[in-house]
Design a protein around this ligand. Structure first.
Ligand code: MN
Length: 730
């Protein structure tokens, strides 16, 4: 149609109500600018593209965000998806808007980067922009929210990837910023795409039991209202329903049944002053018995995302527990809008105390970026958000009374590093509530923690701490210290570990072979010298157990290429079987690869001398090894075996694929395998009760490395949700 003004209609009224005539005109101008730029582009739903920026702008308007945010929302995709440049935006709409648009624009695709690396770099850019201007992340969250609402038009695999990224990264960010409705909607939408069966079940439960529970809650609300209003006449009493994702977590992660979740419905009391809050609490505790250990005072100790409330769980007359939340109207706004509340109720952030609170609200972002810039690895940033954000939190205090929030399970060492790297690095001990505690002490809510440091030069963290700490922040900072401060020690430590491991595996090499092996390893691990390689092993940048298969491969190649390397071993009898397995110490014996775990070259293996069937070769971690051991405990029947890499070309491995049912999945799997020239020797499928399909496929591969690449290929195939190696026969 025409000039596009029909697409502006959803905004028209709210814009007029929210902004001055001048600002409203600028918003309108931005709309037409975006409309022109996106003209001709369609969303996957088939609708005009402009629908999306308009919807994002509407979300921000409903959130009470200011005109530059709404304008930036309308323009947020033009730089990324149309010929319009950042410079064009700046000229027409000013530096303020341009900065916001630039902040939500993804980096250009850098070739040779994995999807994870790109994701990490984009996130880092977003967080940096957010430190400059917090509105960037609020726009990004609104963008993601609308994309999630319309995700059903996106192809299956992309949909799952986006849903997973949302639940791992964007919902936790919304949580940290205290924007509860956005966090909950993002999580609920993500669950509905990732686990539609469970989602439907929870919805059904809510519907079926809803009426009954609602009657129960209404009765309580009425009783509470009557008593509370006698003391606090203008108290507002509300009911609240837990989000689907909240229920999902309790049902599927904590293993509770729907009936066992007590806070699905809660009563909320909203009053004018803090003293009214405590008054109400007194009244409530007088009416009902509180459940021990469930009272939480987030008014005197706000959560780091600024949330404040009193929470208590009570036993109702019918013996059914229920939760009550008490807060002021001011706290309620913060609980609903988080950091965005500062725009909703005052136009712009003029008040210094507001700026202060916003600064506090994003302190964690600066923290995160600092830790990451020390380690230099963007991937650490992703890990921190994924691991540290989702786990439950503990709140503890510094001796001065500042609140520090850490993931549950954090130790005093995590605490020290969250204060500053220098504090952690000089730490020698800690006091909790004035008592000395061991360094692996796990913190509990409300404890006062004091870090004891030493000013002695040369003092530093211990490597053992890496096994104790619970946060990625502490782990990264400890590694960074070792990387920087202790090169000589790292080299010695790394070399010792390397040599120990070679001995343990009975590798034996001539001097020139050792040098050759090291040279290959340095090259493969991108280390400029053997010292750098050892140093990396020493501080944990390279994990020896992870590269052991590679070392073994290279070792086998060297041995195969050179003279019999070890006079000792050469003298010993050995069998090289047609399976490509070398059996040490036995001449001409029958060797077979066990059918239970189907080892392939590169796997760590052990041999077992069976009664009358030769040597059977198992993977070292085969679940049957302990069983065989129990049946035949004679240690002398276990025998060292290893791969002779040149003997055999191919091996069979079984893979178990979990797939979404659909007519094209099998086809896609065959196409994927075909494209990398992998032969399939058997395949069968069965459907599961929850609408998925399990595919057992046996493939021919040449090594573990090869198998890994096959797994990676299959994992990327549309409709395949999981791939694992299975021992069982088809
Ligand atoms: Mn967008």
């Amino acid at each position: 149609m025409t000039d596009g003004s029909v697409y502006y209609e959803p905004l028209e009224k709210s814009v007029r109500e929210a902004f001055s005539p001048e600002d409203a005109a600028r918003v309108r101008d931005a709309f037409f600018f975006a409309y022109e730029a996106h003209n001709g582009q369609l969303r996957r739903s088939g609708e005009a593209y402009i629908i999306h920026p308009v919807a994002v702008a509407k979300i921000l308007l409903d959130f009470g965000m200011d005109a530059p945010s709404v304008i930036a929302a309308l323009l947020h995709d033009v730089v990324e998806d149309t010929p319009v440049t950042a410079e064009d935006v700046k000229k027409r709409f000013g530096a303020d808007v341009a900065l916001l648009v630039e902040g939500v624009t993804k980096l250009g695709k850098v070739p040779l980067q994995s999807r994870e690396e790109q994701q990490a770099e984009n996130l880092r850019k977003l967080l940096l922009a957010m430190c400059e201007d917090i509105r960037v992340i609020i726009i990004k969250l609104a963008d993601r929210l609308h994309n999630m609402r319309t995700l059903s038009f996106v192809p299956e695999q992309k949909r799952r990837d986006t849903a997973r990224e949302t639940i791992e990264i964007y919902a936790p960010i919304a949580h940290r910023l205290g924007i509860r409705p956005v966090k909950e909607e993002l999580e609920d939408l993500a669950i509905s795409y990732l686990d539609p069966v469970a989602y439907a079940e929870i919805e059904r439960n809510l519907e079926e039991q809803g009426t009954q529970r609602k009657e129960f809650l209404d009765a309580i609300k009425a009783r509470i209202g009557e008593r509370v209003r006698a003391y606090v006449p203008d108290a507002v009493i509300e009911g609240r329903i837990k989000s689907v994702h909240g229920i999902y977590r309790k049902m599927y992660m904590q293993g509770k049944t729907f009936e066992q979740i007590y806070d699905i419905y809660a009563v909320r009391i909203i009053v004018n002053t803090v003293s009214d809050c405590y008054n109400c609490l007194g009244v409530i505790h007088d009416m009902y018995n509180p459940l021990q250990g469930r009272f939480k005072d987030y008014i005197s100790t706000p959560k780091p995302n600024m949330y404040q409330s009193l929470h208590t769980t009570l036993i109702g007359r019918e013996g059914i527990p229920f939760e009550v939340q008490i807060r002021t109207h001011e706290m309620h706004k913060t609980a609903e809008y988080g950091i965005a509340a500062h725009w909703k109720y005052k136009l712009g952030v003029k008040d210094p105390s507001d700026a202060n609170r916003i600064e506090k609200g994003i302190g964690w972002v600066r923290h995160l970026l600092e830790a990451q810039s020390e380690s230099g690895q963007a991937a650490d940033l992703l890990d921190t958000i994924k691991n540290d954000f989702v786990s439950d939190e503990v709140f503890v205090f510094t001796p001065k009374g500042d609140v520090v929030c850490l993931p549950a399970g954090a130790t005093v060492i995590d605490f020290a590093y969250s204060i500053h790297s220098a504090v952690g690095n000089k730490m020698v001990g800690a006091k909790v509530d004035k008592r000395i505690v061991p360094l692996d002490y796990r913190l509990k809510n409300g404890e006062i923690v004091e870090v004891l440091t030493s000013q002695q030069p040369g003092k530093g963290p211990s490597r053992d701490w890496l096994k104790i700490v619970a946060t990625n922040e502490a782990r990264t900072k400890i590694r960074t210290w070792f990387k920087k401060e202790r090169r000589e020690e790292n080299i010695a430590e790394g070399r010792a570990e390397y040599e120990r491991e070679l001995r343990r595996n009975n590798f034996s090499l001539t001097e020139s072979q050792s040098e050759a092996l090291l040279a290959v390893l340095c090259e493969k691990q991108k280390q400029p010298s053997a010292d750098d390689f050892f140093a990396a092993l020493g501080y944990g940048g390279i994990v020896l157990s992870k590269i052991m298969p590679q070392i073994r491969d290279e070792y086998n190649k060297l041995i195969a290429a050179g003279q019999p390397a070890q006079p000792k071993l050469a003298k010993k009898a050995k069998t090289v079987s047609s399976e490509g397995v070398v059996v040490e110490g036995i001449d001409n014996c029958l060797v077979k690869l066990s059918r239970c775990c189907k080892p392939i070259p590169g796997d760590e293996i052990v041999g077992f001398i069976t009664r009358g069937h030769g040597v059977s070769v198992h993977k070292r971690d085969c679940p049957n090894v302990p069983k065989v051991l129990a049946a035949a405990p004679e240690p002398e029947r276990w025998i060292r075996v290893f791969w002779n890499s040149e003997e055999r070309q191919s091996f069979f491995a079984s893979l178990l694929l979990t797939c979404l049912s659909g007519s094209t999945v099998m086809n896609d799997i065959f196409t994927a395998l075909n494209s990398i020239h992998v032969a399939v020797s058997a395949i069968n499928t069965r459907d599961t009760k929850d609408g998925r399909m399990l595919v057992n496929v046996s493939v021919e591969v040449s090594s573990v490395e090869h198998l890994r690449s096959v797994i990676a290929k299959l994992a990327k195939t549309p409709g395949v949700t999981n791939v694992e190696r299975s021992g069982s026969d088809i």
